[in-house]
Ligand binder design. Structure first.
Ligand SMILES: C[S@@+](CC[C@H](N)C(=O)[O-])C[C@H]1O[C@@H](n2cnc3c(N)ncnc32)[C@H](O)[C@@H]1O
Length: 304
């Protein structure tokens, strides 16, 4: 019954037409000047860090370093780089997910992975309260980076949830989630985090492990633009403007160069949907929704 409801809800959500849902249909083609690099970790002890190839055991450290650098200017830079659009994507991500205890149901356990900024966690708790009158469900925010978590925890003090047992912050690697028991979570969210993980299939398998049967996996991530002209403009903006903004606004070109390279290296919508299925999730329809012509995409799967 729970599963049916989750699937029916996922189906309904994937069918709903929203203003940000610019569906990926007609136009294909590679962006000028770029070679798509297929995502693969098979048979190798190296991985990618942006466009660099690095030993697997170094990537975690390098990613931590990037987010330690950007933690204090995270919101400011996100707004500058996306002209505030990341807020609309996050709002849509949460309203599509529609989290919250239903009438007669038990409080839920939410897990926001790579959730250091608290952006998704606060939106989920706000949505649960406003739309479902849910003031009991709890939020677990985990992130590999203590500085990002500290930012989120600091911000939580300005919300109704700070210093309450409704939200907690833990340092955890998404690939293992050692502190999160099997079959314990109702909803797993990850927003603009998964492309930074060293071993994405391991993180997806862990997401499947920690979700209850009927639990929902939902990911918001940068993706592939579905219009070749727009994609060319977007690539120009990403590679020429974003690192420059990093340099000019916060004196850090390298971290922002990594961010745009990591977006480029992330698998396509269809490849990523396949990886989610490989981890054991059931998809509703294609399993994804494009936002702003595929600049970002929401992927969802249900653990049956
Ligand atoms: C771009 S931020 C996204 C923060 C937030 N979810 C949001 O949407 O604003 C990416 C986050 O992923 C975290 N991260 C990177 N690798 C991770 C891993 N293996 N496990 C958990 N978190 C990780 C980083 O520390 C950083 O906080």
């Amino acid at each position: 019954m729970i599963v049916k409801r989750a699937l029916a809800r996922a189906q309904k959500q994937s069918n709903s037409l929203r203003f940000l849902n610019c569906c990926n249909t007609a136009i294909t083609g590679e962006p000028l000047g770029f070679v798509r690099r297929p995502y693969s970790t098979e048979g190798s002890k190296t991985t990618h860090f942006g466009f660099k190839t690095v030993p697997e055991d170094e990537k975690e450290h390098l990613v931590k370093h990037v987010f330690s650098n950007v933690a204090s200017s995270y919101d400011y830079m996100n707004d500058a780089m996306s002209l505030g659009i990341h807020r609309l994507w996050k709002d849509h991500f949460v309203s599509k997910l529609d989290p919250g205890r239903r009438a007669g149901g038990s409080p839920l356990s939410f897990l926001d992975v790579a959730g250091g900024s608290g952006d998704i966690a606060f939106r989920i708790l706000d949505h649960a309260a406003k739309i479902h009158g849910d003031h009991e469900s709890v939020m677990n925010v985990v992130d590999i980076n203590p500085e990002m978590l500290a930012e989120g925890e600091k911000r939580s003090k300005e919300t109704p949830y700070g210093n309450t047992s409704r939200i907690n912050f833990k340092v955890q690697n998404a690939e293992f989630l050692d502190a999160i028991p099997d079959n314990s979570q109702d909803i797993y969210t990850v927003s603009f985090g998964i492309r930074n993980f060293t071993n994405i299939p391991a993180a997806l398998a862990t997401a499947h492990r920690v979700l209850k049967p009927g639990g929902v996996f939902a990911c918001l991530e940068f993706s592939k633009v579905d219009n070749s002209i727009l994609d060319t403009l977007y690539q120009q903006y990403s590679f020429n403007i974003i690192p420059l903004l990093g340099q000019v606004l916060v004196g850090d070109r390298d971290s922002y160069q990594y961010l745009v390279e990591s977006i480029q290296r992330f698998p396509s919508q269809e490849q990523f949907a396949g990886m989610i299925q490989d981890a054991g999730f059931t998809l509703a329809g294609s399993g994804y929704e494009n936002l702003s012509f595929g600049i970002a995409a929401i992927h969802t799967g249900v653990k049956l």
